[in-house]
Each structure stands twice: as C-alpha cells, then as structure tokens.
Ligand binder design. Structure first.
Ligand code: B12
Length: 499
C-alpha cells in the first residue's frame, strides 16, 4: 500500500487553524494517492494516533510540515521513532524550517526529502518517481542527500495560484470537523485562516521568506479568493478571515476587487502588509477596504531609525517619518495598524546596541501618542540564514551559529529561539533582553492588546492604571506587579499565539 500520512505538529499555545500547508499538498495529490491527516493541534497524543495508522501497514510516506519553535517538539521525536520502527517509510518534510535549515534536517538521518518552498508540483512528482523507482534528481524544489552531499534542485517559478488544485476542505472535514478550525478570535466567532499568495517582493535581511521566494510574489485572483471564502462561509459558517499571506496587500487592484466582493458578506478581515505599499493606496481604496471589513492590518515597522532600516535591507520607501504619518493616516480610516518592531539587532559596540534599543522604545511610545490604537508587537531579532546580506555577515562574525544537530533545536537552550523573545545572539546582554522584556510588560499593561477578547474592560482599566506611573516615567525595572496581573489574567500575546 502506498498511502501518505500527513502530519501537522502542534503549535504551543495554539488556537487550531485550518492547516493550509498540509492541505495545499494534500490537494495536489488528491485522486492520485490516498492519504490520512493527523493534526497535533487537535490530538492529545498525536504519536499514538500516528503509530496506529502506520501499524495498519497501508502507509508508505510520512509528510510532515514544520516551522521553527514548538512544532519541532513533535516533528523531531515522531519522525525519529518512525525511522526506527518503520524503516521502510519515506519521511518527507516541508515548510519554512526544513527549507531553511536543510543540512541539519537531512544530517539527522531520519528525513529523506525536503520540499524546498512550494510543494504543489514537486511533491506529487517526487512520489511518482519513488513509486516507479525513477530518478528524482531533476524534480525542482527538492533537497536531499546523495553520498553525503546535500543537493538542492532548481527552483520553479511561482505558480499561477488560480490554476492550483483547490484545498480539500471536505476531506479534512472527514478527519477533523472543519468547524473546530474556525475559532473565536478578535475578528469573529468563526475565523477562517486563508492563504492567498506566495512570497513577497522585498528582500529584508531579517526575514526568512527571502531565502525561499527571492523577492517574488504571486497572488490568487480576488474572484478566486472570494469563491473559497464564500464556500467556507456558506458550508461551515466562517464569519471572519485571517489572511496568512506574507504580504496580502501587494496589489492595490486585487485588494480593492476583493473588498468589493466580500463587502456584502459582512466579514471582518485581517492581513499582513507593508507600510510603504499601503501608503500608496488611494483614500478611496482605504475607505472601501474598511467598509468591507478590513479592521486591522499587520505591518513590519521594525524601527524608526532610517539608517537601521537600511541596514535591515527593508527596501521600498519606508522611513521613520512615513511610519509616524501612516499611523495617523490609518486612524483616519479607522483601520488599526498593528506595528511590529524588531529590537536588538547587531551593532558595532555594546553601547550602540543599547542606544538603539532605547531609541526604539522611545519611538514606539511616540507612535502610541500619534495613534493610541496602534497595536505594538515587539520581537527580538533572531537571525535567519539570509546568506550574503551584510546583517547576516555581521551575525556570523559575532560567533553566532545555528545548532549542528537537529535534536539540539528542541534542547531547552534553543527551544525559544525562533519565538523571537530570547535569541541566543552574542551581542545581546542579559541587561538588554531585560530592558526589552520589561518595557514590553509595561507597554502591554498600559495599552493591553484589543485582540485579547477574554480581557474585560475593568481588567484593562486596572492594568492601565497600575502601569501608568511606570509608563509615564519610563521606569521599567522589575515590573513584578504587572507580570503577576498578566499571568493571573492569562494575558495573551498575539505575536506568539496569533489571534
Ligand atoms: C499559520 C502560521 C502560524 C500559526 C500556526 C498554526 C498551526 N500550526 O496550525 C501560529 C500563529 C500558531 C504560528 C506561530 C508561529 N510561527 Co508561524 N506562521 C504561520 C504562517 C502565517 C502561515 C503558514 C501557512 O499556513 N502558510 C500557507 C502554506 C500554504 O504555505 P507553506 O506553509 O509555506 O506550505 C507550502 C510549502 O512550504 C510546502 N510545505 C509545507 N509543509 C509541507 C509538508 C509536506 C509534507 C510537503 C510535501 C510540503 C510542505 O508546500 C506548501 C504548499 O506550497 C507563516 C507565514 C506564511 N505566510 O507562510 C508563519 C511562519 C511559518 N511562522 C513563523 C514563525 C517563526 C512562527 C513562530 C515560531 C514564531 C512567531 N513568533 O511567529 C510561532 C511558533 C509559536 C507557536 N505557538 O507554535 C515563520 C517561520 C520563520 C522561520 N524562521 O522559518 C513564518 C514564515 C512567518 C515569518 N514570515 O516569519 N504560525
């Protein structure tokens, strides 16, 4: 038997979302290969379920998706155990982690193939080759090992998204009721996770998308997106949308067309975009988007310092001035800008790094003054292998290196690395990390995120009052009282948990 077992490992502190990564490749083999899906987010013991499937003897392929962080905690031990107990099963990983950390993944000895970037074409081709004992060396978007050498095959051009197979929602529904994926969020009571484009046209040196898509972007048509959303609304009752694209708003025309189509459905939607791109949108476009339910947009603001933006290869026209003005412009249209900042990037001296952190903190406070509704997300810079960029060269020069053994990624030391909260980067001192984290606690106290739907008005008010003196006097040291409140009330952080 040649069935595929797909696995979506659990993301810690999750709210289950439609597993688009797995569904995209499942859709591509629909009708060609039979498959089952195990979603770690909806299982108490996914390993048990996986081995129950494998023991039937029907499965020949194990396809696992993986991003850094908590998903590795299941992906690694489960794949390893499969290799030990079922050595005949081919193990194939896809997703951002294996694409970017291919050597360490393949060196583990328990992953046979990595799908490098989009898998809709390469995955079925790989299976066909394996089934027919035919060569796989010419299949694009693949990484594998041959006599101890890691081979990366050529990359396909980005696909016409409208021509790709539709996602097999009905099939997913046979394994897990799709309703369970439509969670209650700030956006709505049944939130759909949808992915409508591939890549991003920019080359920011801190962003992992660059090494996979190399400044390319392609989007599904507005009509195609609408058709899928309408289906999920009519059949499963979805009433809000979280767009998971790296950059949903690249094309103003597509956004406006989609807004016009979705408006009568009365759905709230959210996506990620660039400040300089959306700043070019006309007032009319922004007004239509808001009327059509676009309530909040996530933007990588990164920093208000133009020289640092340049160092990060942010590209485009983004500047500190533009970030400020744009926050005010969004307020006019009643769209909440969710600004993310990257603090703690490498500098030449310790003083320089600290000074930049202080400057970024001051800038964030300024943004809050301009538009208090701006949501702030703070990340600590975690290097990604953007080979050739000046910033990554600096990272390497500092002595930083990624783990050399796959299992080290789940050691307590590395576990939180990609959560972008406490990276193990040599240029950051404990004092710097404390400063960033303490500021974040005070900021979240003074301005609790609107996306935490469980937090009552009264609790918000209380947190705001308690943190007032600290926030106003910039006294962030040891904010234990706020930490206690946040723990007590299970304050949630959208940067880790999504909405
Ligand atoms: C949804 C999502 C989440 C959800 C996950 C929910 C779930 N598990 O069900 C949540 C919000 C929990 C999350 C969390 C995190 N995420 Co996340 N997440 C995403 C997001 C927005 C969408 C993923 C997706 O569905 N894409 C759509 C599918 C179709 O694309 P795809 O995954 O690339 O899949 C294609 C190929 O990769 C390949 N493929 C993928 N898997 C497989 C498997 C097989 C078998 C095959 C054959 C092929 C294959 O084929 C697919 C079709 O072409 C991506 C960004 C993005 N736009 O992709 C970030 C992203 C993957 N996340 C990222 C990160 C870092 C995280 C965090 C670790 C940290 C953080 N602070 O965000 C946390 C982890 C914390 C946690 N709690 O687990 C990074 C990864 C960066 C990196 N260094 O590799 C990304 C790229 C965001 C970014 N731009 O930085 N995330």
């Amino acid at each position: 038997m040649n069935k595929i077992l797909f696995f979506n490992p659990r993301s810690a502190k999750y709210k289950p979302r439609i597993p688009n990564s797995i569904l995209s490749v499942a859709g591509a083999v629909e009708g060609l290969y039979d498959y089952a899906i195990v979603d770690g987010n909806l299982e108490t013991d996914p390993a048990e379920k996986i081995f129950k499937y494998l023991k039937t003897g029907q499965f020949k392929y194990f396809g696992c998706t993986c991003m850094p962080g908590p998903q590795l905690k299941e992906a690694i031990p489960i794949s390893k155990r499969i290799r030990e107990e079922f050595p005949g099963i081919k193990i194939i990983w896809g997703g951002y982690f294996p694409s970017n950390q291919s050597k360490v993944v393949l060196d583990s000895g328990f992953v046979d193939f990595i799908i490098n970037g989009p898998g809709e074409k390469s995955f079925p081709l790989l299976l066909n080759a394996l089934e027919q004992n035919a060569p796989h060396q010419n299949i694009s978007n693949l990484i594998f090992k041959e006599v101890n050498t890691v081979i990366k095959t050529k990359r396909d051009e980005l696909y016409d998204m409208d021509a790709l197979p539709s996602l097999p929602y009905e099939k997913l529904n046979m394994f897990y009721p799709l309703q369970r994926y439509l969670g209650k969020t700030y956006l709505g009571t049944k939130t759909i996770a949808y992915h409508s484009s591939m890549g991003c046209p920019f080359t920011c040196s801190f962003c992992v998308v660059v090494s996979i898509y190399n400044a390319r972007w392609k989007g599904k048509s507005a009509a195609g997106i609408y058709k899928d959303i309408k289906h999920l609304r009519d059949v499963y009752g979805g009433n809000a949308i979280e767009f998971h694209d790296n950059n949903f708003f690249v094309s103003e025309k597509r956004t406006v067309e989609f807004a016009r189509l979705i408006k009568p459905e009365n759905m709230i939607w959210w996506g990620e975009g660039r400040i300089d791109t959306i700043n070019k949108y006309s007032d009319e476009s922004l007004a239509i988007m808001r009327e059509a339910g676009c309530k909040m947009i996530f933007f990588g603001a990164e920093t208000g310092n133009d020289a640092v933006l340049k160092k990060m290869d942010k590209g485009g026209t983004q500047s500190g001035k533009q970030i400020r003005e744009f926050a005010a412009r969004m307020a006019k249209f009643d769209i909440i800008p969710e600004y993310s900042f990257v603090l703690g990037i490498p500098g030449d001296t310790e003083e320089e790094v600290m000074q930049q952190i202080d400057e970024d903190i001051a800038f964030i406070k300024e943004i809050k003054q301009i538009n208090p509704n701006t949501e702030i997300i703070i990340y600590v810079y975690s290097p990604v292998p953007t080979e050739g960029s000046d910033m990554y060269n600096k990272v390497l020069a500092s002595g930083f290196h990624f783990p050399e053994k796959l299992e080290d990624w789940i050691s307590p030391h590395w576990e939180n690395f990609d959560l972008r909260k406490n990276p193990l980067t040599p240029w950051l001192t404990a004092e710097m990390i404390d400063k960033i984290k303490n500021f974040e606690v005070v900021l979240n106290g003074y301005y609790p995120t609107v996306s935490d739907i469980r937090m009552s008005r009264l609790k918000r008010k209380l947190m705001h009052t308690v943190s007032g003196i600290r926030y106003k006097t910039s006294f962030y040291w040891k904010p234990y009282e706020l930490k206690l409140l946040q723990r007590l009330w299970k304050y949630r952080q959208p940067e880790i948990e999504g909405f």
